[in-house]
Design a binder for this molecule. Sequence first.
Ligand SMILES: [Mg+2]
Length: 235
Amino acid sequence: MRDWFIINPMKKLVLFDIDGTLITAGGAGTRSLNRAFHAVMEIEDAFKTISMAGKTDIQIIKEGLGLHGFSMDGNIGKMLEAYLHFLTEEINNPLKKLKPGVQETLDLLKQEGIPLGLLTGNLESGARIKLGSFELNEYFIDGAFGSDHEDRDELLPIAIQKFAKKGFAFSPQECIVIGDTPRDVQCAKVHGAKCIAVATGPYQKEELLKTNADIVFDSLAEPRGCIEFIKGHHS
Ligand SMILES: [Mg+2]
């Protein structure tokens, strides 16, 4: 514990969203959900009209089931299982890629000794499948996932609890969420955490500037601004 305080004198915990922030999965998530719905419910393109950005996987699946008139009972579990099965195939596609500057940002934060975690609507196993395909899993000590709670706004305290169990004590005010949607901003701000918004997902910078994000970047391609903000020079 003492060693860790020496390497992290700023006492910050940085929690990353995944899709639109760290990576684009090349449509793997949507295709896997559609294939799962087809396998379980025999309906094609079930999620065509459902917007997914910033939502948790279970929230998205419930919207799909509701839209097509299916009950939630028993079907959510079947959908989750099928989704993860198809995701392991679909993640291997030529369109997936890291967002600009992500590798450098993660490496710089690691060098600074700042603990990194995840705050994502993905199921934990889905998150690890996606990040594993970019060899990024090792950067993230733990996190809060769509499998921990269906409501993204409940995830920050869960992340804090999980880090506390590993000996990393943080208050919400010491956490910085990095994400690409107004939902990422909200799930941080409802708890008094800071939020860095990046316009590398479906939302333009102008739209993110209208949220309560503490700072908005076009991308992480020039990581210095982001790192300086995290270190507190601009807070
Ligand atoms: Mg996102």
